[in-house]
Design a protein around this ligand. Structure first.
Ligand code: AMP
Length: 289
């Protein structure tokens, strides 16, 4: 496994690879969620590239860029064990040299939910992913359903800009108690860590109501909100039952929907989601297009 920090050196190493290439972009501090993407890429491609870059343009000034967890030696040991071929781990100046001025805006899909809560976030995400695609030129790129809106933004950008890469979306990996794995879980103290299961419990409440026949969007959103409101350490940022394609809030769920939420546990902001789907529509809803 080679670890490379400059674009020039990386391009030379990439040019020497034969066969298909799968890319897994990450911000590091790797966990089993990231590694599930790496394993899928390993199974489906001749070569695997992982990038580790905490991208400043997707953080607002008020967010956690400076304290975002980092442990490059540990990450590299995990990636080596997964037989990753190349790791691209540039510093900020390599990706955003003086004079940098071009950004990618994927349009209306970036407006609701995470886009509304985090202005400029998806502009930063789309820009860095576009740059990483251009630097690593993968055949396939692997993203987690954990960041559901992000996958829609990346798909939109890839389609609109005719980027020659197949986007593969992988299922959410959870802790045994249901908490979705996230690099940010490390911020939680033991009490907050227990409270953080509220996201999964809220999604389960929506899922239970949906399975019992509830199709009204407000009722499903209220079911999630009630679970969050009952947890003293949690404060809902948003709860959503939205169309899977354009993320508009649904009044009625006819076939399938994305239930998603963002919740603050103390100062830590966590997100999670699940698909609500009428039986028989599972294949398409899993993104297997
Ligand atoms: P990040 O390092 O948070 O930018 O995440 C890098 C990639 O890993 C993104 O495509 C995420 O959606 C994905 N990812 C993060 N957490 C999980 C998880 N719990 N399960 C599956 N994928 C995940």
């Amino acid at each position: 496994m080679r670890v490379i920090a400059t674009i020039e050196e990386f391009r030379a190493a990439r040019a020497a690879l034969h066969g298909t290439v799968g890319l897994v972009p990450t911000m590091g501090y790797l966990h089993e969620g990231h590694l599930s993407l790496v394993r899928r890429a390993r199974a489906e491609n001749d070569n695997v590239i992982t990038t580790i870059f905490v991208n400043p343009t997707q953080f607002s000034p008020a967010e956690d860029l400076a304290r975002y967890p980092r442990d490059l030696p540990r990450d590299l040991a995990l990636l080596e064990a997964e037989k990753v071929d190349l790791v691209f781990a540039p510093d900020v100046a390599e990706m955003y040299p003086p004079g940098f001025g071009t950004f990618v805006d994927a349009g209306p899909i970036t407006a609701p939910l995470e886009g509304a809560a985090r202005p400029g976030h998806f502009r930063g995400v789309a820009t860095v992913v576009c740059k990483l695609f251009n630097i690593t030129t993968p055949h396939r790129a692997y993203f987690g359903q954990k960041d559901a809106q992000q996958t829609l933004v990346i798909r939109r950008m890839t389609l609109d800009l005719n980027l020659p890469v197949e986007i593969v979306v992988c299922p959410i990996v959870r802790e045994p108690d249901g908490l979705a794995m996230s690099s940010r879980n490390v911020y939680l103290n033991p009490e907050e860590r227990r409270a953080a299961t509220v996201l999964f419990r809220a999604l389960q409440a929506a899922q239970d109501r949906f399975r019992a026949g509830e199709r009204n969007g407000d009722a499903l959103r209220a079911a999630m909100r009630a679970v969050i409101d009952a947890e003293p350490l949690a404060r809902a940022d948003y709860v959503s039952v939205a169309d899977l394609d354009d993320l508009h809030e649904l009044e009625e769920v006819t076939s399938r929907a994305l239930a998603s939420l963002a919740v603050r546990i103390g100062t830590t902001r966590l997100i999670d989601n699940c698909l609500l789907e009428v039986r028989g529509e599972r294949r398409e809803a899993r993104g297997e297009r």
